[in-house]
Design a protein around this ligand. Sequence first.
Ligand code: CO8
Length: 259
Amino acid sequence: MREFECIRIYQAADGIGAIQINRPDKLNALSLQTMRELVDAFEAFDADESVRCIVLHGDKKAFAAGADITEMSDATAIDMLGRDQFTRWDRLRKIKTPVVAAVSGFALGGGCELAMICDMIVAAESARFGQPEIKIGVMPGAGGTQRLTRAVGKALAMEMVLTGRMISAREAHTAGLVNRVCPDAVYLEEAISLARSVASMPPLSVRLGKEAVLKAFDTSIESGLEFERKNFYLLFASEDAREGMTAFMEKRKPDWSGK
Ligand code: CO8
């Protein structure tokens, strides 16, 4: 895989691709180049069959403190429209490999939105989530009003979007935004361990399961159930469904082929 400037990629464990946002001096602010590199890295991991789960993280102080304000401070609406950064950014929604965000420190604005695009979030106790765009005269633009509302409900989302208040990892956990909170010293290991349990499952079930859960966000219950059922039936065509059920009956560990 190619070299990047604003991010770092590595293999965190067998089958686990890791991406680190790497602009520590700027609290990992998402410059246009960082966003481009993130999309490229996610797509490259997604195309690699040996990668069964992806972990995205920043550093101790920040997951990402939002879009890079210095690149937006002089921009006109027409400049923003011309940049068309969201067409590219939206490709993150199409990543089929599950993604775990490991969040320590600030996850603000576009950083919080990026964590919410991921499928699960493991938070360090120091994590702070927020949509502070209102404080700089704008509002969330990369899904904050939609994903946050679906995750934490209207009352808290409205407060966060309209006042810019940050919430702690504990509050985020109580509100349903994050999967688990753990001590700062182990948040990354914990995220990798969650990624490993996903990676140890049959790949086709993981892929179709992720697809079906995401479907719940943009469909009626009726069509969502139909979609789920079709994916369920489809898995009966897989070798892994035979293997899983046979292994259960033979009281042994299944050996997944991914077929
Ligand atoms: N953009 C650019 N630089 C930043 C950003 C940012 N978002 N956040 C921090 N930095 C820089 C600071 O300017 C500073 O740089 P320097 O040392 O050169 O002066 C360095 O990072 C360290 O920051 P601070 O000194 O401010 O650190 P503090 O610990 O004092 O404060 C805060 C930490 C509270 C997080 C503070 O930095 C802050 O408020 N940052 C801005 C947070 C924010 O408003 N984020 C929202 C940005 S708008 C947005 O995200 C819109 C999303 C649109 C979609 C994008 C698609 C992904």
